[in-house]
Design a protein around this ligand. Sequence first.
Ligand code: AMP
Ligand code: GLY
Length: 433
Amino acid sequence: MNILIVGSGGREHALAWKLRQSASVNRIFCAPGNAGMESVGTTVPLKATDLDGLLRFAQDNAVDLTVVGPEQPLVMGIADVFQDHKLVVFGPTAAAARLEGSKVFAKDFLYRHGIPTARFGSFDAASEREAEAFIDGSSLPLVVKADGLAAGKGVVICQTRGEARIALREMLEARAFGAAGDRVVIEEFLAGEEASVFAICDGERFVTLPCAQDHKRILDGDRGKNTGGMGAYAPAPVMTQGLLRRVEEEIIRPTLEGMKKEGTPYRGCLYAGLMITEDGPKVLEFNCRFGDPETQVVIPLIDGDLAVLLHAAASGSLEGMTPAFHEASAVCIVMASRGYPDAYETGKVIRGLDSADLEKGEIVFHAGTRREGDAIITAGGRVLGVTVVGYKHELEATIDAAYRLVHRIAFDGAYYRSDIGKKALKHLQSRNL
Ligand code: AMP
Ligand code: GLY
């Protein structure tokens, strides 16, 4: 198979790295890719949102499977365009990608199908009065969310009704998120621990991958601004086998059945962002793609040919497929540029990236990097996903090994959290594991 991977982050590098190990894979193209992906495939200077260019490239280069990383091209309809031209693409159609592209659509869908999620209301400029009444009638804290894609910034957690009213006005009147905020969801705050579950779906059937936990805030202790994700580990002990069965039966299966019934079957990776509450798992959000940085810790745990799995899902034939997983744990620590998630610096030379120095289980996934002559330099907010795969029952040792690897890499202004995986250790200690 020749594969085209669309995107340029750590997630796409992890997918490319794993697909490179597939016996069934011949050529790998990455559009646009990054400096790290040059070692596993051929980078192609096409933007992830250049649907026409990507289509032409796939046709001209005998691409057998296109794997789409980010949400924008999916919401724009890349899967529809490729399918119309008889190309196999891993990722949902635009209609199915609305599960991520519109929070109002996703919440209405969850309610219609009785899938557990936070109580909510949805409003637009014409119903701002009703929104204020909803705020007055709800208990605190409240969460105000822009309907559309807002690069992870469209969610405001409000401790007071005043804050909720301000967030509402910023979205509906000041249009802080443009058209993405023309409609808003206001929902109850769910207390608990978060977890990310990826289901590989073929429109009817699915398989789940080991559960991961992300670290969304910029500072240790889950403080500070929201980011794309500052680190992850898998498998996450918060998700016991029993809870995972509930997620499959109460969330993933009814979602696939509902999407099929409504004429928009879901193919691709369904990312369920969950809150594990006292009443069980509830959906915080759906994403229509793999998560980043969760992919960097989930994909290395798969024992088998990823290309075969993704091709089967993309062509509606997952039946009988049961992927195996390594008896391992994985930890990824994101090294980011000073300033991230606000304005950040780029163009810094990264030292310590010689792959010859890597030991077994160590992988440095690139995100915002670029080659300049012989040097690799920073070119984004999240720069590297420094990852270690270790023994399953030795998560603490895996975390320590990941930090040792971080300490061998340096660039001016490098920032990373120092508490990745701490929550997992608490679970394991309380269970005496
Ligand atoms: P979302 O983009 O909807 O996942 O929201 C981003 C982050 O906001 C989530 O990862 C949670 O940390 C937080 N969040 C969103 N909705 C809620 C909620 N209803 N209760 C508590 N936290 C939430
Ligand atoms: N890590 C969160 C996301 O991919 O949306």
